[in-house]
Design a protein around this ligand. Structure first.
Ligand code: FAD
Ligand code: PYC
Length: 404
């Protein structure tokens, strides 16, 4: 299959940087590429560069466990994630690129009475916001996932779950590549192996960036750098309320189809799905320490696998093939920052922490509109940096799926 691959068509160009762009996006992950795509497609702004220090999607975009859902508690977050969900539902057609979005449903398990009360509250809030969400009891969970141990003998018996049928998984690389190809086709320059090392700021306004390939001018700069956002902000003299932590995932050897939905448990702290290739895709909680190394410690993986085996004793002899880590930028209220800053023309889109993959199209869509108009889109506005001064936090720790 790989013979003659030198003749494969290029998906995007490899251009030489121009002297100046209307908009520079720092970070060639899914969110940055989606922002560039929607800037070109929806706003006709095509004099745009996406600057990526490594390769496209080499950050969290291609390191995550690809769970997509929109069952968040508060109206502001529900609006943001549901906006994204609706875009996911037409994304393969829009990009003409198969992102393999599979709406196989997501279960968030409850193992205690308090878990179940929280689930009921969140499901009610979801339904008021028009989001598909149901409460299942243990029997309902068992019917959906016959291989899970839902017996009373389990160490932390399953009492029920929230169930979002429209939720699911997607193919993460394809998301980055699809947005990249679509943006490039509309004239966006994608500059890989190009690292932003500083900002050019004149009279309180950003006028460009310093990079390892020289200075590049810009009227507007949007930073979408996930775990490195705090580092970038510091270059502009801005302190963001973010912590960068490793978050790990691992995949097993491929198995015949055995699990056709996504199961998450905050209580025992593990989540699992089966990829189209057959691997079990398993995720963990964050490693507690701060760091920028894209790896994590053994104890976290061990704890995660204990959780998975408690829920699925049938997997106890499955061998794990690969393990890796990404750097997640966690915010105190477990919600993102989509915001203008004290530097005119300089915007940040970050703080997605452990849960931003599901938001990729929605985040790009509203961030592009904000950059195009110079003011935050109404769906993005509640996620301004100002909320840490005003106290208008949107606390989504309960819905975050991964404790941090
Ligand atoms: P990234 O893909 O990380 O892109 C940022 C890019 O910026 C990187 O490519 C980086 O190289 C580049 N960059 C940084 N600094 C510079 C610089 N100075 N100059 C140029 N480029 C720079 N979310 C979910 O919704 N569901 C999940 O199941 C899920 N599971 C996860 C599992 C793991 C193990 C991890 C690590 C994360 C998970 N997430 C999940 C979170 C999700 O992956 C992220 O929130 C999301 O992918 C962030 O996308 P991004 O495009 O902002 O960041
Ligand atoms: O936010 O749904 C999520 C998630 C799942 C795994 C990591 N994050």
């Amino acid at each position: 299959a790989l013979s003659h691959h030198e003749n494969w068509q290029r998906q995007w160009r490899n251009p030489t940087p121009k002297k100046e762009y209307d908009v520079i996006i720092v970070g060639g992950g899914g969110h940055g590429l989606a922002t560039a795509y929607y800037l070109a497609k929806e706003h006709g702004i095509t004099n745009v560069a996406v600057i990526e220090k490594g390769w496209l999607g080499g950050g969290n975009t291609a390191r995550n466990t690809t769970i997509v859902r929109s069952n968040y508690l508060w109206d502001e977050a529900a609006a943001l994630y549901e906006h994204s969900m609706k875009l996911w539902e037409g994304l393969s057609q829009d990009l003409n690129y198969n992102v393999m979005f599979s709406q196989r449903g997501v279960l968030n398990l409850g193992h205690t009475l308090q878990d179940m009360r929280d689930i009921q509250r969140r499901v009610n809030a979801n339904r008021l916001n028009g989001i598909d969400s149901e409460v299942l009891d243990a029997k309902g969970v068992q019917e959906l996932v016959p291989i899970m141990d839902c017996s009373k003998n389990a160490r932390y018996p399953v009492m029920g779950a929230s169930w979002q049928p429209r939720a699911g998984v997607a193919r993460h690389d394809a998301v980055a590549w699809g947005f990249a190809r679509g943006a490039d086709a509309r004239g966006v320059d994608i500059l890989q192996q190009t690292e932003v090392t500083g900002f050019k700021i004149l009279d309180g306004r950003v006028v460009g960036v310093h990079t390892n390939r020289g200075d590049i001018g810009a009227k507007t700069v949007g930073c979408v750098a996930a775990g490195n956002s705090g580092v970038l902000a510091k270059m502009a003299g801005i302190k963001l309320p973010l912590e960068s932590h490793p978050l790990q995932a691992l995949v097993s050897e491929p198995l015949k189809p055995i699990l056709d939905t996504v199961v998450m448990s905050n209580h025992v702290h593990g989540y699992i799905s089966q990829s189209d290739k057959g691997d079990l895709v398993i995720g963990a909680g964050i490693d507690g320490y701060l760091g920028y190394g894209q790896r994590g410690s053994y104890s976290t993986v061990e704890h995660t696998l204990q959780a998975i085996v408690e829920m699925f004793p049938i997997f106890s002899r499955v061998r794990m093939n690969r393990q890796w880590g990404g750097i997640v930028d966690t915010c105190p209220d477990a919600c993102p920052i989509l915001s203008a800053t004290s530097v005119k023309g300089l915007f940040f889109n970050c703080g997605w922490g452990t849960g931003g993959f599901k938001a990729t199209p929605g985040s790009g869509h509203v961030f592009a509109a904000s950059l195009a108009k110079g003011e935050m889109h109404p769906i993005a506005a509640p996620f301004s940096i100002d909320r840490f001064n005003t106290g208008a936090l949107v606390d989504e720790h309960g819905a975050a799926g991964v404790a941090h």
